[in-house]
Design a protein. Sequence first.
Length: 458
Amino acid sequence: MTAPEQASGSIRRRLIIQLVAAAAVLTAALFVVVINLARNVAQDTQDSILMASVTSILDSLSAREGEIAVDIPYAALSMLGNVSEDRVFYRILADGTVLTGYGDLPDIDQLSLGRDGAYQTDDFAGEAIRMASAQRQLSVDGAPVLVTVSVAQTRAGQRETVAQIARLGMLIGSAFFLASVVFAIVTARRAVRPLRDLAGAVSRRGPKDLRPVRGPVPSEMAPLVTSLNGFIARLGFSLSRSEDFIAEAAHRVRTPLSTVRTQAEIALRRVEKPENRAALKEMIRAIDESSRAAGQLLDHAMVTFRADQLERTDVDIAALASDLVDRLGPVADLRDISIEMDAKNGPVVSGDAILIENALRNVLDNAIKYSPTDCEIQVSVEAQDREARITVRDHAGGFPPGIMSMTDRFSRGTNAEGTVGSGLGLTIAHEVMEAHGGRLSLQNMGDGACVSLHFLLP
C-alpha cells in the first residue's frame, strides 16, 4: 500500500474561505452603507421638519403699532411633536434681542446663515440637539429689524430610528452572510467536482488499465488531462517495450541453455572421473533451474500483461483440463506417477483459455514435480452453487504453515529443497484467477495438498 502524498492544503477549503471572507467584507460594507444612509435620511428628515417649523414661525411674525407681534402657530411646534417624543425648544431674536423663547439656546454662527437658513448640532440642557435657524427683515416704524428664529429638537428619536434600522440591517446582513456561506460551500463543491470525478475515474481503474482518460472537463483542467494521457501513453509504450524485452530475453536465454544442456549431457556420458561427473550433473541442474526460471518468468510476464484485457470466450474447463492431463501424462509417467481425471460435468466459464490453461499447467506441474514416485494425482472438475471448480490433489506432503504466503512470488515450501523450481507457479495461478474474478484456494488434506481454481458461473 502506497503512502499518502503530502497535501499542502485543500482547494475546496481555500475556495470556501476566500468566498466566505469576501461575503463577510461585503456584509460589513453593506451594513456600514445602510447605517450611514439611515443616519443621513433621518438627519435630512429632521432638518426638513425643523426648517418647516422655522419658516412657519417667520411667516406668522408681523409689525403692529411699532412693535413686532409674535403669534406662534400651533402647527409650527406640534409637527415636531408628532414625529417623535423629543423635546422642542425655540427662540426669536430681534436684532439680537430675545423676544421670546429660550434665550440660552446655543448662539448661531451668523456667517452660516444664508437665504436658506442654517443647521447646527450642539448640546443644550444636558442633551444633544439639532437646531435650525433662519432670518427675516421686518419694517418697524420705517426702520428695518432683523428677526432670527431658531427651533431646536433633541435627537433621541433620531437615534432610536437609526438603531432600529441598524438592527434591521444587522438581521438582513446576517441572513445575507449565512446565505453567502451556504452558496460558498455549494460553489466550492461544484468547482472541485470535476477534479474529484477525474480522480475517482482514475482510481477505479485496474492496475493495468492504461486507456486514455476521456470525457468533458473544464478548460482549466484540460492541460492536466492532456498531461495525464501523455503520461499514460508513455507508460503503455514502456510496458509494451518491457513485455517484448522479457519475451525476447527469455527466448534468447532458453535457447542457448538448451544447447548447453545437450552438450553437458553428451560430455557426462564421456566423462568417467566421479568428481567431473558430479560437476557436470551440478551444471545440468543449474541449467535446468535457469531454463525453468526463464520459462516461468515469461509465463508470469504474459499473465501480467494479458490479464489487463482478457480475451474472453466460452471455455469448457473439463475439456481443457482433460486435454492438459493427456499432454502432461508422459512427463508424469517418467516418474511412475498416474493422473486420474474425474469430470462430473462440463461447466462452461467465460475467460481467457490461454491463461486458464497456463494456471492449471503450473498447478499440475507442481503436483508432478513434488509428488513422490509411484503415486497418484487426482484432478476433478465440477460445478456447484453457481461456481465451477478445478481441483488438483497430490501426495507431496502438503503446504507449510502460512499457506497463502505460497502465492507470493518466489515463495517455496520446505519440501522444495533439491527440486528444480522458481517459486512462480502458484503466483501465476493466483493472478490468473484474480483476473477472472475467481479465487485460488490452498489446503492440506492428509499426506498431500489440495489446490482449487474457483470460477464464478454466469
